[in-house]
Write a protein that binds this ligand. Structure first.
Ligand SMILES: Nc1nc2c(ncn2[C@@H]2O[C@H](COP(=O)(O)OP(=O)(O)O)[C@@H](O)[C@H]2O)c(=O)[nH]1
Ligand SMILES: [Mg+2]
Length: 399
Protein backbone atom coordinates (compact mmCIF):
# COMPACT_ATOMS: atom_id res chain seq x y z
CA UNK A 1 0.00 0.00 0.00
CA UNK A 2 1.33 3.41 -0.96
CA UNK A 3 2.29 5.71 1.82
CA UNK A 4 2.14 9.41 1.06
CA UNK A 5 4.43 11.67 2.97
CA UNK A 6 3.09 15.07 3.88
CA UNK A 7 4.40 17.83 1.61
CA UNK A 8 5.57 21.21 2.85
CA UNK A 9 2.60 22.96 1.31
CA UNK A 10 0.20 20.52 2.94
CA UNK A 11 1.88 21.10 6.26
CA UNK A 12 1.41 24.84 5.74
CA UNK A 13 -2.23 24.41 4.80
CA UNK A 14 -3.04 22.14 7.75
CA UNK A 15 -1.19 24.46 10.07
CA UNK A 16 -3.16 27.42 8.74
CA UNK A 17 -6.46 25.64 9.33
CA UNK A 18 -5.32 24.75 12.81
CA UNK A 19 -4.22 28.28 13.67
CA UNK A 20 -7.15 30.10 12.07
CA UNK A 21 -10.05 27.85 12.94
CA UNK A 22 -8.73 25.50 15.55
CA UNK A 23 -8.23 21.84 16.14
CA UNK A 24 -11.87 20.92 15.56
CA UNK A 25 -11.71 22.33 12.03
CA UNK A 26 -8.64 20.26 11.29
CA UNK A 27 -10.44 17.16 12.53
CA UNK A 28 -13.45 18.03 10.38
CA UNK A 29 -11.28 18.28 7.29
CA UNK A 30 -9.95 14.80 7.99
CA UNK A 31 -13.43 13.51 8.68
CA UNK A 32 -14.67 14.78 5.31
CA UNK A 33 -11.86 13.09 3.42
CA UNK A 34 -11.88 9.70 5.06
CA UNK A 35 -15.49 9.30 6.09
CA UNK A 36 -17.20 10.64 2.98
CA UNK A 37 -18.53 7.14 2.29
CA UNK A 38 -20.76 7.37 5.34
CA UNK A 39 -22.98 9.85 3.50
CA UNK A 40 -23.53 7.51 0.57
CA UNK A 41 -26.78 5.62 0.53
CA UNK A 42 -27.07 2.07 -0.72
CA UNK A 43 -30.40 0.28 -0.97
CA UNK A 44 -30.79 -3.42 -1.56
CA UNK A 45 -34.24 -4.93 -2.07
CA UNK A 46 -35.00 -8.54 -1.23
CA UNK A 47 -38.27 -9.84 -2.58
CA UNK A 48 -40.05 -13.12 -3.27
CA UNK A 49 -42.93 -15.19 -1.98
CA UNK A 50 -43.36 -15.66 1.72
CA UNK A 51 -41.32 -18.51 3.17
CA UNK A 52 -38.59 -18.31 0.53
CA UNK A 53 -36.02 -17.09 3.06
CA UNK A 54 -36.08 -13.29 2.68
CA UNK A 55 -35.75 -12.58 6.38
CA UNK A 56 -33.03 -15.20 6.78
CA UNK A 57 -31.08 -13.78 3.86
CA UNK A 58 -31.36 -10.25 5.22
CA UNK A 59 -30.05 -11.34 8.60
CA UNK A 60 -27.15 -13.21 7.06
CA UNK A 61 -26.06 -10.33 4.90
CA UNK A 62 -26.17 -8.05 7.94
CA UNK A 63 -24.01 -10.55 9.83
CA UNK A 64 -26.82 -11.39 12.24
CA UNK A 65 -28.53 -14.55 13.37
CA UNK A 66 -32.29 -14.72 13.83
CA UNK A 67 -32.09 -14.37 17.62
CA UNK A 68 -29.64 -11.45 17.66
CA UNK A 69 -31.10 -8.08 18.63
CA UNK A 70 -32.36 -6.15 15.59
CA UNK A 71 -32.62 -9.25 13.40
CA UNK A 72 -35.52 -9.70 10.97
CA UNK A 73 -38.12 -12.13 12.21
CA UNK A 74 -37.73 -15.55 10.67
CA UNK A 75 -40.88 -17.58 10.64
CA UNK A 76 -42.74 -20.26 8.82
CA UNK A 77 -45.75 -17.98 8.43
CA UNK A 78 -46.04 -14.80 6.39
CA UNK A 79 -44.81 -11.77 8.34
CA UNK A 80 -43.80 -9.32 5.60
CA UNK A 81 -46.93 -7.30 4.90
CA UNK A 82 -45.31 -4.05 3.90
CA UNK A 83 -41.83 -2.97 2.80
CA UNK A 84 -39.52 -2.72 5.76
CA UNK A 85 -35.98 -1.37 5.77
CA UNK A 86 -33.26 -2.90 7.91
CA UNK A 87 -30.33 -0.63 8.68
CA UNK A 88 -26.88 -1.91 8.98
CA UNK A 89 -25.94 -1.58 12.68
CA UNK A 90 -22.82 0.53 11.96
CA UNK A 91 -24.05 2.36 8.92
CA UNK A 92 -27.69 3.39 8.63
CA UNK A 93 -27.05 4.38 5.01
CA UNK A 94 -26.86 0.76 3.91
CA UNK A 95 -30.40 -0.45 3.94
CA UNK A 96 -31.66 -3.88 3.08
CA UNK A 97 -35.35 -3.87 2.26
CA UNK A 98 -37.68 -6.73 2.95
CA UNK A 99 -40.36 -6.47 0.26
CA UNK A 100 -43.45 -8.60 0.04
CA UNK A 101 -43.71 -10.68 -3.08
CA UNK A 102 -46.18 -9.90 -5.85
CA UNK A 103 -49.53 -11.53 -5.43
CA UNK A 104 -50.03 -11.09 -1.69
CA UNK A 105 -53.36 -9.57 -0.73
CA UNK A 106 -51.96 -6.05 -0.39
CA UNK A 107 -49.50 -6.25 -3.28
CA UNK A 108 -51.05 -7.06 -6.60
CA UNK A 109 -49.61 -6.70 -10.06
CA UNK A 110 -51.70 -3.57 -10.43
CA UNK A 111 -50.25 -1.66 -7.52
CA UNK A 112 -46.83 -3.28 -6.90
CA UNK A 113 -44.67 -0.96 -8.93
CA UNK A 114 -46.28 2.17 -7.51
CA UNK A 115 -46.12 0.92 -3.94
CA UNK A 116 -42.55 -0.24 -4.14
CA UNK A 117 -40.81 2.29 -6.45
CA UNK A 118 -37.97 0.17 -7.75
CA UNK A 119 -35.92 3.11 -8.97
CA UNK A 120 -34.60 3.74 -5.47
CA UNK A 121 -32.77 0.43 -5.26
CA UNK A 122 -29.23 -0.34 -6.30
CA UNK A 123 -30.07 -4.04 -6.42
CA UNK A 124 -33.11 -6.25 -6.43
CA UNK A 125 -32.66 -9.82 -5.22
CA UNK A 126 -35.53 -12.07 -6.19
CA UNK A 127 -35.69 -15.14 -3.97
CA UNK A 128 -37.30 -18.49 -4.53
CA UNK A 129 -36.91 -21.77 -2.70
CA UNK A 130 -38.24 -23.81 -5.62
CA UNK A 131 -39.04 -22.70 -9.16
CA UNK A 132 -39.67 -19.03 -9.88
CA UNK A 133 -43.42 -18.56 -10.11
CA UNK A 134 -45.45 -16.61 -12.63
CA UNK A 135 -45.60 -13.59 -10.36
CA UNK A 136 -41.82 -13.63 -9.88
CA UNK A 137 -41.31 -13.74 -13.62
CA UNK A 138 -43.81 -10.98 -14.17
CA UNK A 139 -41.93 -8.79 -11.67
CA UNK A 140 -38.52 -9.61 -13.16
CA UNK A 141 -39.77 -8.65 -16.60
CA UNK A 142 -41.22 -5.37 -15.36
CA UNK A 143 -37.87 -4.58 -13.74
CA UNK A 144 -35.93 -5.38 -16.91
CA UNK A 145 -38.40 -3.37 -18.97
CA UNK A 146 -37.59 -0.42 -16.77
CA UNK A 147 -33.86 -0.93 -17.23
CA UNK A 148 -32.49 -3.83 -19.28
CA UNK A 149 -29.26 -4.08 -17.29
CA UNK A 150 -30.79 -3.58 -13.89
CA UNK A 151 -28.86 -5.30 -11.09
CA UNK A 152 -31.38 -8.06 -10.72
CA UNK A 153 -30.22 -11.28 -9.06
CA UNK A 154 -32.15 -14.53 -9.02
CA UNK A 155 -31.44 -16.28 -5.75
CA UNK A 156 -32.45 -19.88 -5.29
CA UNK A 157 -32.50 -20.48 -1.51
CA UNK A 158 -32.50 -23.66 0.61
CA UNK A 159 -30.11 -25.50 -1.69
CA UNK A 160 -28.98 -27.38 1.43
CA UNK A 161 -32.44 -28.97 1.57
CA UNK A 162 -32.20 -30.16 -2.03
CA UNK A 163 -28.93 -31.86 -1.19
CA UNK A 164 -30.34 -33.39 1.98
CA UNK A 165 -33.43 -34.75 0.33
CA UNK A 166 -31.44 -36.25 -2.52
CA UNK A 167 -29.69 -38.39 0.09
CA UNK A 168 -32.95 -39.65 1.53
CA UNK A 169 -34.08 -43.06 0.35
CA UNK A 170 -30.66 -43.99 -0.96
CA UNK A 171 -28.17 -46.42 0.48
CA UNK A 172 -25.18 -44.99 -1.32
CA UNK A 173 -23.68 -41.93 0.36
CA UNK A 174 -23.69 -39.04 -2.07
CA UNK A 175 -20.20 -38.04 -3.14
CA UNK A 176 -18.94 -34.53 -3.67
CA UNK A 177 -19.32 -35.14 -7.38
CA UNK A 178 -22.97 -36.18 -6.95
CA UNK A 179 -23.57 -33.02 -4.95
CA UNK A 180 -21.97 -30.84 -7.58
CA UNK A 181 -23.99 -32.53 -10.30
CA UNK A 182 -27.15 -31.89 -8.32
CA UNK A 183 -26.29 -28.22 -7.92
CA UNK A 184 -25.72 -27.98 -11.64
CA UNK A 185 -29.10 -29.57 -12.27
CA UNK A 186 -30.82 -27.07 -9.98
CA UNK A 187 -29.00 -24.22 -11.69
CA UNK A 188 -29.99 -25.53 -15.13
CA UNK A 189 -33.59 -25.96 -14.05
CA UNK A 190 -33.75 -22.39 -12.80
CA UNK A 191 -32.29 -21.20 -16.07
CA UNK A 192 -34.83 -23.20 -18.14
CA UNK A 193 -37.59 -22.00 -15.84
CA UNK A 194 -36.59 -18.38 -16.48
CA UNK A 195 -36.04 -18.86 -20.20
CA UNK A 196 -39.54 -20.21 -20.52
CA UNK A 197 -40.62 -16.87 -19.10
CA UNK A 198 -38.43 -15.12 -21.74
CA UNK A 199 -35.77 -14.06 -19.29
CA UNK A 200 -32.32 -14.69 -20.70
CA UNK A 201 -28.80 -14.16 -19.32
CA UNK A 202 -30.07 -14.08 -15.76
CA UNK A 203 -27.69 -13.92 -12.79
CA UNK A 204 -28.52 -17.07 -10.85
CA UNK A 205 -27.17 -17.90 -7.39
CA UNK A 206 -27.78 -20.89 -5.15
CA UNK A 207 -27.59 -20.30 -1.42
CA UNK A 208 -28.02 -21.79 1.98
CA UNK A 209 -28.87 -18.77 4.09
CA UNK A 210 -27.33 -20.45 7.10
CA UNK A 211 -23.94 -21.19 5.60
CA UNK A 212 -22.27 -18.15 4.09
CA UNK A 213 -19.10 -19.88 3.02
CA UNK A 214 -20.94 -22.61 1.10
CA UNK A 215 -22.53 -22.40 -2.38
CA UNK A 216 -22.95 -18.91 -3.88
CA UNK A 217 -23.52 -16.73 -0.84
CA UNK A 218 -20.01 -15.25 -0.92
CA UNK A 219 -20.32 -14.77 -4.68
CA UNK A 220 -23.44 -12.66 -4.20
CA UNK A 221 -21.60 -10.46 -1.71
CA UNK A 222 -18.71 -10.22 -4.09
CA UNK A 223 -21.03 -9.26 -6.97
CA UNK A 224 -22.72 -6.62 -4.86
CA UNK A 225 -19.34 -5.04 -4.27
CA UNK A 226 -18.33 -5.35 -7.91
CA UNK A 227 -21.53 -4.09 -9.46
CA UNK A 228 -22.19 -1.13 -7.25
CA UNK A 229 -20.94 2.10 -8.84
CA UNK A 230 -17.32 3.01 -8.20
CA UNK A 231 -18.43 5.88 -6.02
CA UNK A 232 -20.37 3.54 -3.80
CA UNK A 233 -17.87 0.68 -3.65
CA UNK A 234 -15.98 1.81 -0.58
CA UNK A 235 -19.25 2.53 1.20
CA UNK A 236 -20.48 -0.94 0.34
CA UNK A 237 -17.39 -2.67 1.69
CA UNK A 238 -17.24 -0.61 4.84
CA UNK A 239 -20.96 -1.07 5.44
CA UNK A 240 -20.93 -4.84 5.32
CA UNK A 241 -19.89 -6.69 8.44
CA UNK A 242 -16.99 -9.04 7.90
CA UNK A 243 -19.37 -11.70 6.66
CA UNK A 244 -17.00 -13.35 4.24
CA UNK A 245 -13.26 -13.57 4.08
CA UNK A 246 -13.25 -11.44 0.94
CA UNK A 247 -15.06 -8.61 2.70
CA UNK A 248 -12.52 -8.72 5.54
CA UNK A 249 -9.61 -8.53 3.10
CA UNK A 250 -11.18 -5.62 1.23
CA UNK A 251 -11.84 -3.81 4.48
CA UNK A 252 -8.23 -4.25 5.57
CA UNK A 253 -7.04 -2.73 2.29
CA UNK A 254 -9.30 0.30 2.71
CA UNK A 255 -8.31 0.79 6.35
CA UNK A 256 -4.65 0.63 5.35
CA UNK A 257 -5.16 3.20 2.61
CA UNK A 258 -6.46 5.68 5.21
CA UNK A 259 -3.18 5.64 7.14
CA UNK A 260 -1.45 8.31 5.02
CA UNK A 261 -4.26 10.78 5.49
CA UNK A 262 -4.81 10.16 9.17
CA UNK A 263 -1.11 10.26 9.96
CA UNK A 264 -0.80 13.66 8.26
CA UNK A 265 -3.44 15.16 10.52
CA UNK A 266 -2.05 13.45 13.60
CA UNK A 267 1.45 14.73 12.84
CA UNK A 268 0.33 18.32 12.34
CA UNK A 269 -1.61 18.08 15.58
CA UNK A 270 1.46 16.65 17.33
CA UNK A 271 3.63 19.57 16.32
CA UNK A 272 1.26 22.53 16.32
CA UNK A 273 -1.81 21.82 18.43
CA UNK A 274 -2.04 22.44 22.11
CA UNK A 275 -3.58 19.46 23.82
CA UNK A 276 -6.28 20.17 26.38
CA UNK A 277 -5.72 16.82 28.04
CA UNK A 278 -2.65 15.44 29.74
CA UNK A 279 -1.88 13.44 26.59
CA UNK A 280 -0.16 14.52 23.39
CA UNK A 281 -2.55 16.15 20.89
CA UNK A 282 -2.16 13.42 18.26
CA UNK A 283 -3.54 10.79 20.64
CA UNK A 284 -7.13 11.81 19.99
CA UNK A 285 -6.85 11.34 16.21
CA UNK A 286 -5.03 8.04 16.52
CA UNK A 287 -7.31 6.62 19.14
CA UNK A 288 -10.39 7.42 17.10
CA UNK A 289 -8.92 5.71 14.04
CA UNK A 290 -7.82 2.64 15.99
CA UNK A 291 -11.27 2.37 17.52
CA UNK A 292 -12.67 2.54 14.03
CA UNK A 293 -10.50 -0.44 12.99
CA UNK A 294 -11.82 -2.34 15.95
CA UNK A 295 -15.48 -1.70 15.15
CA UNK A 296 -14.99 -2.27 11.41
CA UNK A 297 -13.42 -5.64 12.06
CA UNK A 298 -15.95 -6.69 14.68
CA UNK A 299 -13.50 -6.63 17.57
CA UNK A 300 -15.45 -4.36 19.90
CA UNK A 301 -16.81 -5.99 23.00
CA UNK A 302 -20.42 -5.99 21.75
CA UNK A 303 -19.45 -7.91 18.61
CA UNK A 304 -17.24 -10.28 20.58
CA UNK A 305 -20.10 -10.87 22.99
CA UNK A 306 -22.36 -11.86 20.10
CA UNK A 307 -19.77 -14.35 18.88
CA UNK A 308 -19.25 -15.73 22.38
CA UNK A 309 -23.01 -16.26 22.70
CA UNK A 310 -23.15 -18.03 19.37
CA UNK A 311 -20.45 -20.51 20.16
CA UNK A 312 -21.69 -20.76 23.72
CA UNK A 313 -18.62 -19.84 25.66
CA UNK A 314 -17.94 -17.15 28.19
CA UNK A 315 -16.59 -13.94 26.64
CA UNK A 316 -13.67 -13.91 29.11
CA UNK A 317 -12.76 -17.38 27.98
CA UNK A 318 -12.93 -16.36 24.33
CA UNK A 319 -10.63 -13.38 24.93
CA UNK A 320 -8.07 -15.50 26.73
CA UNK A 321 -8.27 -18.42 24.36
CA UNK A 322 -7.53 -16.30 21.31
CA UNK A 323 -5.36 -13.84 23.28
CA UNK A 324 -7.33 -10.87 21.99
CA UNK A 325 -5.50 -7.67 22.91
CA UNK A 326 -6.86 -4.96 20.63
CA UNK A 327 -9.81 -4.03 22.82
CA UNK A 328 -7.46 -3.39 25.77
CA UNK A 329 -5.21 -0.89 23.97
CA UNK A 330 -8.09 1.27 22.81
CA UNK A 331 -10.27 0.83 25.86
CA UNK A 332 -9.49 4.27 27.35
CA UNK A 333 -7.16 7.25 26.81
CA UNK A 334 -4.85 6.04 29.53
CA UNK A 335 -4.22 2.64 28.07
CA UNK A 336 -3.91 4.01 24.58
CA UNK A 337 -1.36 6.59 25.74
CA UNK A 338 0.66 3.75 27.26
CA UNK A 339 0.45 1.82 24.00
CA UNK A 340 1.47 4.93 22.06
CA UNK A 341 4.48 5.53 24.29
CA UNK A 342 5.87 2.23 23.01
CA UNK A 343 6.10 3.85 19.58
CA UNK A 344 7.53 7.18 20.64
CA UNK A 345 10.87 7.69 19.01
CA UNK A 346 11.03 11.44 18.64
CA UNK A 347 13.35 13.23 20.98
CA UNK A 348 11.93 16.70 21.71
CA UNK A 349 15.34 18.22 22.52
CA UNK A 350 16.76 17.43 19.15
CA UNK A 351 14.57 19.96 17.41
CA UNK A 352 15.23 23.00 19.54
CA UNK A 353 18.37 23.90 17.65
CA UNK A 354 16.50 24.03 14.31
CA UNK A 355 13.36 26.04 14.93
CA UNK A 356 12.60 26.83 11.29
CA UNK A 357 13.27 23.78 9.13
CA UNK A 358 12.91 21.87 12.33
CA UNK A 359 9.12 21.99 12.26
CA UNK A 360 8.80 20.52 8.79
CA UNK A 361 11.13 17.67 9.62
CA UNK A 362 9.37 17.18 12.88
CA UNK A 363 5.98 16.87 11.19
CA UNK A 364 7.39 14.20 8.88
CA UNK A 365 9.00 12.32 11.73
CA UNK A 366 5.72 12.39 13.64
CA UNK A 367 3.84 11.26 10.56
CA UNK A 368 6.07 8.21 10.30
CA UNK A 369 5.68 7.44 13.97
CA UNK A 370 1.89 7.77 13.84
CA UNK A 371 1.66 5.71 10.66
CA UNK A 372 3.76 3.01 12.26
CA UNK A 373 1.45 2.83 15.24
CA UNK A 374 -1.65 2.54 13.04
CA UNK A 375 -0.04 -0.06 10.83
CA UNK A 376 0.97 -2.13 13.86
CA UNK A 377 -2.43 -1.87 15.46
CA UNK A 378 -4.15 -2.77 12.21
CA UNK A 379 -1.91 -5.86 11.95
CA UNK A 380 -2.95 -6.88 15.45
CA UNK A 381 -6.62 -6.44 14.51
CA UNK A 382 -6.20 -8.33 11.24
CA UNK A 383 -4.67 -11.31 13.00
CA UNK A 384 -7.34 -11.31 15.68
CA UNK A 385 -10.14 -11.13 13.13
CA UNK A 386 -8.79 -14.07 11.16
CA UNK A 387 -8.21 -16.11 14.34
CA UNK A 388 -11.73 -15.32 15.43
CA UNK A 389 -13.24 -16.35 12.10
CA UNK A 390 -11.34 -19.63 12.12
CA UNK A 391 -12.28 -20.32 15.70
CA UNK A 392 -15.93 -19.58 15.06
CA UNK A 393 -16.05 -21.78 11.97
CA UNK A 394 -14.50 -24.65 13.91
CA UNK A 395 -16.80 -24.22 16.88
CA UNK A 396 -19.92 -24.08 14.72
CA UNK A 397 -18.81 -27.07 12.69
CA UNK A 398 -18.37 -29.11 15.85
CA UNK A 399 -21.81 -28.17 17.21
N1 LIG B 1 -32.66 -25.13 5.12
C1 LIG B 1 -32.85 -23.85 4.90
N2 LIG B 1 -33.90 -23.22 5.48
C2 LIG B 1 -34.09 -21.92 5.25
C3 LIG B 1 -33.23 -21.19 4.38
N3 LIG B 1 -33.68 -19.91 4.33
C4 LIG B 1 -34.76 -19.85 5.13
N4 LIG B 1 -35.03 -21.04 5.70
C5 LIG B 1 -36.16 -21.39 6.58
O1 LIG B 1 -37.36 -21.13 5.87
C6 LIG B 1 -38.36 -20.57 6.72
C7 LIG B 1 -38.83 -19.21 6.18
O2 LIG B 1 -37.74 -18.33 6.24
P1 LIG B 1 -37.89 -16.74 6.31
O3 LIG B 1 -36.52 -16.19 6.27
O4 LIG B 1 -38.77 -16.30 7.44
O5 LIG B 1 -38.65 -16.47 4.92
P2 LIG B 1 -39.47 -15.18 4.45
O6 LIG B 1 -40.91 -15.46 4.73
O7 LIG B 1 -39.22 -15.10 2.97
O8 LIG B 1 -38.96 -14.01 5.16
C8 LIG B 1 -37.74 -20.52 8.10
O9 LIG B 1 -38.13 -21.64 8.80
C9 LIG B 1 -36.25 -20.51 7.80
O10 LIG B 1 -35.50 -21.05 8.88
C10 LIG B 1 -32.13 -21.88 3.75
O11 LIG B 1 -31.35 -21.35 2.97
N5 LIG B 1 -32.01 -23.21 4.05
MG1 LIG C 1 -39.94 -12.63 6.38
Amino acid sequence: MEFYQISDSETEEYKRILMETGYTALREKLEETINGWKKIKINIAVTGESGTGKSSFINSIRGLMADDPGAAEVSAVETTMKPKAYDHPDNPNLQVWDLPGVGTSTFTRDNYLQEVDLSRFDFVLLLSSSRFKENDIWLAKEILKLKPNYNLFFVRTKIDEDLRSSQKGRRKIQTLKDMQALQQTVRDNVRINLEKGKIFKAHIYLVDNYDKEAFDFATIVSKLIQKVSRLKREAMIMSLSGITNEVVQKKLAILKSRISMVSKTAAVAAVFAKSDTKYPAEIEVLLEECRFYRSQLGLNLESLQIIANRIEIDIEELLVKLSIQSYIYVDCDDKFAMYYSGFEKIEPNLWHSLPLIGNMLKVRAYQKQCAFLMKSFLDVCAKETLDLQKHMAMALEGS
